[in-house]
Design a binder for this molecule. Structure first.
Ligand SMILES: [Zn+2]
Length: 128
């Protein structure tokens, strides 16, 4: 005597394997690329000579003769501000790797990490 299963098969019922859900999606989690967004715009206005220059960088210097901090190469040289005071390598000249100081040694761009907040020192009240 045939088993029930065989009878069913003969009757046209096919054993069905549970199909894999066709809509099953492989969960691909893309790595969230979090790029640091630099909000700061490129500065090219020299606060010292009041001119637009392609080689303006931020200097945190202690030169008492000027309040300027965004200074072009020419003025930085004239003010004898050491390149070690330079905080940025953001100018066109720097980007083109043509940044050269006459006064003292020129820092390599790799030494200068772009600071998170390159806001010029100003009347910022640290008290909360
Ligand atoms: Zn200048």
């Amino acid at each position: 005597m045939k088993s029930l299963k065989e009878q069913l098969l003969q009757a046209g019922l096919k054993p069905t394997q549970t199909p894999k859900a066709p809509n099953e999606r492989e969960q691909i989690k893309k790595k969230q690329v979090t790029e640091a967004i630099i909000h700061q715009e490129q500065r090219n206005f020299c606060e010292e000579c009041q001119q637009v220059r392609p080689d303006v960088e931020l200097y945190y210097h202690h030169n008492p003769t000027t309040e300027a901090e965004w200074i072009c190469v020419k003025c930085a040289d004239q003010l004898k501000i050491a390149d070690s005071c330079r905080q940025t390598a953001q100018s066109d000249t720097s980007i083109k790797k043509m940044f050269r100081r006459e006064h003292g040694a020129t820092r390599s761009p790799s030494e200068i990490k772009v600071q998170k907040s390159d806001k010029p020192r100003g009347p910022v009240n640290g008290n909360r």
